[in-house]
Write a protein that binds this ligand. Structure first.
Ligand code: ADP
Ligand code: MG
Length: 709
């Protein structure tokens, strides 16, 4: 250690030995505070820097002609900047108003900043030739002004024609961040390897070139394409990622096809009786899914299948059927759900639908303890218990099963696409069925998951009355409350979703304040319960149980209620501050009602300060009934740069892919992946180095790579 306290390693980095995995803290300009602020955004290493893409771009390419210096336009003007003066702003302890005059030929433009950006303090002397970029506004004195402009002194030479703007913490700032990215790119660039092997990349730019293009676009780059996140750089990154994704799926599929599993053939007594006894008729797609799954289970290799279907399409019953198949063939089955409540719902549902078949079932969650737990564990290990439902507890505890032939993961997107490994501990040869309401259009899902075995449920059970969706604003909440009152008086139950918990930013919209207000006011006499994410699980479950059983008939809650809950008596859901949520999430929330015979309604209440685009987005919910329709509209409305993330796709490990935009290239990426897998099945060659790393990253949540290690 040197006297100045810097370790040799850190100095080594500072001297230019920057590697992809070098910590940012080793870079000049990054102290502990900035490092922490960046880490909070997931930027920890030099590699993270270069994959943190600009959120948007500024166009500095051309000076705006004088005629276009009109209010509303974003302009770039060259002029002489006079002295900038700063004074405290009235009514604010923190803000200082800085202003000065820019002389452009005959014209004078006032430039104003609320709090001068730190980088500009050095330019303060005034009298400099500068470029100013910003939006023109009408000034007080009839002239024009530019508020909060970007400034570029021409003594620094011409500015970058197209300047990236990053989403970064304010204590880091644009300039420092851009310089860090530039350094990281320059020094680690050659070691950045894409997934696509150079041999087959053909005209697609290499990932490092794509990154260079995105962070430092050439002056003649297509500005609009960059700004829309559709430049050739962006497309190349997405394509590389799609390639890795398809490769990972393909490897998984090949591998599970090779793994010997437990073949479930013959012995159809119980499953046949189950379908005969059902209180309803299976939908066409349920029957088709059952057939596909049955055929898959009968094969001697491991099943690895996804069951996709919209909220309420009836996935559970299909899973029950498969579980019964396992049992009638002399084995066991397990179903894992993300919450205790859901596990319990499945457990009860199974008892209701399959109770007469004489299959012993159990539930194993964190709250099953003591002697009861020991007994369940014993009966699972002896095989007395045929099917078990549970949460993570199923895979975390030392659960032994005598012969698990089928593992089902419900709401799979809550666990991750490649999380199948989690079930492995329970039965290494077990077949796997993953269920998800992945809200992407079906055609898209079909091409994206072509390398996965998928069954689709694409119709809702008959007899459902569509949910009437209404958009309201806060101003007419009284009307919503009348509807609510009527619904409750008619024997229905209601969800009332608010955005906050006590102590959050807007007390009036918190769970407890809302519940109290409703109780005293319009819902006087109703049995009101509450539920939110800061309650411990047992409290949440109690609230949900009381609601399910009717002990309470109004549940005021946050969005914790969204996953999979099935209370057929619930006929109305009110969502306050609805503009805060993504459409996919609203669709999930809406899916909490409309699960019984009675007609249901969903009242989306926009805040009074919601803007026009937000209201337009909400309006989509009125027209779009299926998850696919909602997803499609959501994707189209979402701005560029706000790419389809984990939330929307259901834990798909895709960062740069925009599924709608890249729809047509999915097929190409898959074909390339399949060709490469045929050429180098174990990704062992030197050319596959990048592919191997990318696939390993894709699968990182799941399991060891074995032969692709
Ligand atoms: P999801 O696909 O969202 O998991 P569920 O499996 O919870 O949907 O099913 C929703 C509701 O529809 C349940 O109450 C279930 O019993 C019922 N259901 C399932 N299949 C049918 C059918 N073919 N006809 C009528 N109701 C059905
Ligand atoms: Mg479900």
């Amino acid at each position: 250690m040197r006297p100045d306290g810097l370790s040799e390693a850190v100095l080594g980095h500072k001297r230019g030995a920057l590697q992809i995995d070098s910590p940012l803290a080793a870079m000049a300009g990054i102290g502990p505070k900035r490092a922490a602020a960046l880490e909070a955004r997931g930027i920890v290493t030099a590699g993270d820097l270069v994959f943190h893409l600009p959120a948007r771009y500024q166009d500095w390419r051309e000076r705006t002609p004088p005629d276009d210096l009109r209010a509303g336009n974003i302009v770039v003007v060259e002029g002489d900047l006079g002295k900038i003066s700063e004074r405290p702003m009235r009514g604010s302890r923190w803000r200082r108003l800085a202003s000065g005059w820019l002389t452009v030929g005959e014209m004078r433009i006032r430039v104003v900043w609320f709090n001068l950006p730190a980088y500009m303090r050095g330019y303060l002397p005034g009298g400099e030739r500068v470029l100013v970029r910003g939006r023109v506004a009408a000034g007080l004195d009839g002239g024009i002004e530019i508020v909060q402009p970007e400034l570029h002194p021409l003594s620094d030479g011409e500015p970058k024609a197209i300047r990236p703007v990053y989403r970064v913490p304010s204590i880091v700032g644009q300039r420092l961040f851009a310089s860090l990215v530039a350094r990281a790119l320059a020094e680690t660039g050659s070691s950045i390897r894409g997934a696509i092997p150079d041999e087959v990349r053909s005209e697609v730019p290499a990932v490092r070139d794509a990154l260079g293009y995105i962070h430092d676009p050439p002056p003649d780059a297509d500005f609009d394409a960059l700004a829309n996140g559709e430049s050739r750089g962006h497309l190349a990154l997405a394509f590389d990622e799609l390639f890795a994704f398809e490769l990972a799926l393909s490897i998984e599929r090949i591998r599970s096809a090779r793994r010997s599993g437990i073949a479930l053939a013959g012995f159809r007594s119980l499953s046949a009786r189950m379908t005969e006894d059902l209180p309803f008729v299976l939908t066409g797609s349920q029957s088709r899914a059952i057939e596909e799954i049955g055929a898959d289970l009968a094969r001697p290799n491991q099943m690895n299948r996804m069951l996709m279907g919209d909220v309420g399409s009836g996935k559970t019953i299909v899973a029950f059927w498969a579980m019964i198949r396992a049992v009638e063939c002399g084995h066991q089955a397990a179903m894992m759900a993300p919450t205790e409540l859901l596990a319990e719902q499945h457990y009860r549902g199974f008892a209701r639908v399959c109770g007469r078949l004489g299959v012993k079932s159990a539930i194993l969650t964190g709250s099953v303890t003591g002697a009861a737990r020991s007994e369940i564990l014993r009966e699972l290990s002896t095989g007395e218990t045929g099917v078990v439902f549970g949460t993570h507890a199923l895979i975390q505890e030392r659960v032994r099963m005598r012969g698990l032939a089928l593992g089902v993961i419900d709401e799979q997107h809550r666990f991750g696409v490649f999380d199948r490994a989690k079930m492995k501990a329970l039965g290494p040869k077990a077949n796997l069925l993953m269920m998800t309401a992945t809200p992407i259009p079906r055609s898209l899902a079909m091409s994206l998951f072509a390398n996965l075995d998928v069954s689709f449920l694409d119709e809702l059970p008959a007899g459902r009355t569509p949910i009437a969706t209404e958009i309201h604003t806060e101003d007419d909440i009284a009307r919503v409350h009348e509807e609510l009152r009527a619904e409750i008086d008619g024997g229905g139950r209601a969800y009332y979703v608010v955005p906050f918990i006590e102590g959050d930013e807007d007390e009036a919209k918190s769970v407890s304040a809302t519940a109290a207000r409703l109780k005293k006011g319009v819902l006087h006499g109703a049995r009101i319960g509450t539920m939110h994410g800061r309650m411990v699980t047992s409290e949440k479950d109690r609230a949900m149980r009381e609601f399910r059983d009717g002990a309470i008939n109004v549940l005021v809650c946050t969005t914790v209620v969204e996953v999979g809950i099935d209370v057929p008596e619930a006929t109305i859901i009110v969502v306050v501050a609805a503009e805060r949520y993504g459409l996919a999430q609203l669709h999930q929330l809406r899916g909490r009602v409309g699960r019984g015979e009675k007609p249901s309604r969903c009242c989306l209440v926009a805040s009074s300060d919601a803007d026009e685009p937000a209201l337009e987005r909400l309006a989509v919910m009125r027209e779009s009934m299926t998850g696919a329709e909602v997803a499609e509209a959501d994707l189209r409305l979402r701005g560029p740069g706000d790419l389809l993330g984990a939330r929307q796709t259901g834990a798909l490990p895709l960062r740069f892919v925009h599924l709608i935009r890249d729809h047509r290239t999915i097929e190409r990426a898959r074909k390339l992946a399949d060709d490469w897998i045929r050429r180098d099945p174990s990704l062992a060659s030197r050319e596959s180095e990048g592919a191997r790393a990318a696939v390993r990253k894709m699968l990182a949540l799941g399991f060891s790579l074995g032969d692709v290690g």
